[in-house]
Design a protein around this ligand. Sequence first.
Ligand SMILES: [Fe+2]
Length: 321
Amino acid sequence: MNQAQTQPGDCTGQADWQTKALLFDYRQAANPVRRGLTEPIGYHQWSAALHQSGGTAVLPLDLSGELGCNGPATSPALAAHFLRILPGEGLKAAANATSSLFFVLQGKGELRWEGQRLNWGAGDLLVLPAGETPLLQAEQTSVLYWVHDGPLLDFLGVTATSTRFDPTHYPAALLEKELAQLLADPSSARSNRLSLLLANRDLPQSRTVTHTLWAMLGVVPAGVIQPPHRHQSVALDLIIDCDPGCHTLVGTEIDAKGQIVNPQRIEWESGGAFITPPGHWHAHVNTSGRQARLLPIQDSGLHTYLRSLDIRFAGGLQTGD
Ligand SMILES: [Fe+2]
């Protein structure tokens, strides 16, 4: 090409790739996460009433309008839903996603996927990789919590085609047995953090439930006030079971004593859900007389791969390895 024959802006005989080019003073664009531009992720919660009546339906916890992305989306990378399925009926959980996670809050039924069948019941958790749209059929009135990473794929402009892990089932009986062992461990008496992290043998490096998703079955014992922690992953928290008197304190700063400054208080409700925004300090509190259970789902698999999780604990974390 003869450079002398072309001038800036002259597209004669060549593609005009300058139309969309834009330049900003660094100070105008260095932090685009602000109101009116890239909206920060706020506090939101959804009541169990959302899934406790009505017909068979996919009930998205959709914040795509305020996030400024295609929906449904609960966070920039993840979409959470309740699935309500009446006895003898079924629904398809359709998404362009690399990872779909289902937790059975109530009921029982059967999953059909890629020519395979799996019976599921209350307390079961299962994950599916990219593939055929799963069909969930209920024997009893059923409610499932469904989280997938479709919003991330939509942002990237890609379609999921390859599977990164095998479909995996964590039956309630297995989870209960492991949780009982954890609670019986002598070291647990001194711990205010009693939780199982669900992992997959296909993903030895991240120790997460899929390569993008992270799932924790957590117990907050009666009378416990957990010290705050924070991470750059978002948490889409499902409260599995609690009595009144449980809540989460959330805020952006901690003081010199490790307490959250001016915290927002999110009251827990069995079967309800809420968001813990990325980077916010949070602490779970149980002032009821009974153990409470929660299931946060996060995009920590992705953050771990990117080395951007940045998890921190006010007061430190005792690790087992
Ligand atoms: Fe957390």
